[in-house]
Design a protein around this ligand. Sequence first.
Ligand SMILES: [Zn+2]
Ligand SMILES: [Zn+2]
Length: 175
Amino acid sequence: MLDTRELGRRPGSQREVSRTVPAPADLGIEVLQVPEGSPVELDLRLEAVMEGVLVTGTAHAALTGECARCLEPISDEIEVRFQELYVYEDHALPEEDDEVSMLQDDLVDLEPLLRDAVVLALPFQPLCTDDCPGLCPECGARLADDPGHAHDAAIDPRWAALADLTQQNSQTEQN
Ligand SMILES: [Zn+2]
Ligand SMILES: [Zn+2]
């Protein structure tokens, strides 16, 4: 929550605010998140306009997750920009209630804004490296650790079992 009372309501008045807040739970997507409680650095500019307070800012935070291809842990950082107009309660039109962000007792609730900005900035499929080769479909080994990885089809136990079966079948037919 951000208090806008010091800003006043005179259109054009501005205030810069820098603060660090602990990350709320579930900030991000399932495979890539800002760890809960980790510091989120906010640099904000508040500007009084006719209808309310315009909040412009950046947020910087750490990210942890796992690679969508090879499941290796990922540590990264994110910086997002956002801007939102928070309308004074006494300026909002009743039919706008659902669509506009409102000041509540001169307080700005930054969490929904931060949440939207972070989710929009994240890749749907985070990768440890852009060209991560993923896992071996045969044995699940991480291919980036073992680039020359290959299987001899004859030695793979599943193929071997199939070969046995084929042999048995042909024997049964002969008998
Ligand atoms: Zn990977
Ligand atoms: Zn393999």
